[in-house]
Design a protein around this ligand. Sequence first.
Ligand SMILES: NC(=O)c1ccc[n+]([C@@H]2O[C@H](COP(=O)([O-])OP(=O)(O)OC[C@H]3O[C@@H](n4cnc5c(N)ncnc54)[C@H](OP(=O)(O)O)[C@@H]3O)[C@@H](O)[C@H]2O)c1
Length: 286
Amino acid sequence: MILLTGATGRVGSAAAKALARASIPFRALVRDPEKVTFDPGAAEIVQGDLNDPAIVDQALQGVSRALIVMGNHPDQSKLERRFASLAADVGVSHLVKVSSMEAAPDATATLPKNHYDTEQHIASLGLDWTFLRPNYYMQNMLMYADSIARDNRFALPLGTAKTAMIDARDVGEVAAVVLTGEGHAGQAYRLTGPTMMDFHEVAARIGAVLERPVAYVAQSPGAFREVLGQFIKSAWQLDAVCELFAEIAAGSLEEQTSTTADLLGRPAMDLETFTKQFAGAFAPAN
Ligand SMILES: NC(=O)c1ccc[n+]([C@@H]2O[C@H](COP(=O)([O-])OP(=O)(O)OC[C@H]3O[C@@H](n4cnc5c(N)ncnc54)[C@H](OP(=O)(O)O)[C@@H]3O)[C@@H](O)[C@H]2O)c1
């Protein structure tokens, strides 16, 4: 049996849909079954929180392979490590973890450092593991959809730094490939989209699809923090995101690989197709 966590999120739901399409049975640990967007008939749903070891232990019974992914949270590292330890205890043979491209021994920013430390913990447990280390998610652009819809512009504190942004759904599909295939143990896959570009080019490409000019405004870190603070109420998360964006501005995501396409056997999702699929979100209100 395969167990998915984060199955109501961007990566986990794509993994679930890929497994469901392939008629591969799986179990999903979800906090709120109402949020499931995959065919619920395709899976065993266990309702619960990663914070509850008894539920996690129950969800892990009879599982041979598992995906651990959750949103960034002060307890993320603790909960992911505990999940991994419980998985090893019940005999899970292969654990797949969604990490980040900046996860490295010398990582200092909180989020990539936590990912790297969790990877190290998993690697110490004696089970097979695969780490998925994605670049920037295209879905992050949806946070600016209202701004693009209203003002045809978006602001970020990233200067002319480049990313090779990836559709989070591709990360989920890679997870499904790894969970169901062989030869992935001990791999840390660096996952990117098909194009490395700065945000002026991101804006131009989105604008070309929307058939109206879209502009990227390079914002100061202070202005970014002020705007973000209106949406993110957790001081921990605000600090963590600002710290991460400072690293991205310094070029931490300027890397492109063919790994996503190699593993999926098709090109990675490009920004143009992504924008077409989410065109409604970028459309001006009538
Ligand atoms: N954004 C980026 O550009 C980027 C790039 C590289 C790596 N990453 C990494 O990607 C990961 C996030 O993946 P994502 O975008 O798929 O996340 P997401 O869309 O925010 O979904 C998070 C999932 O985790 C679940 N979850 C959160 N806390 C939980 C808990 N205590 N117990 C059980 N489930 C819990 C959520 O459930 P609910 O639906 O109930 O909330 C949801 O299913 C993070 O580790 C992040 O560092 C992000």
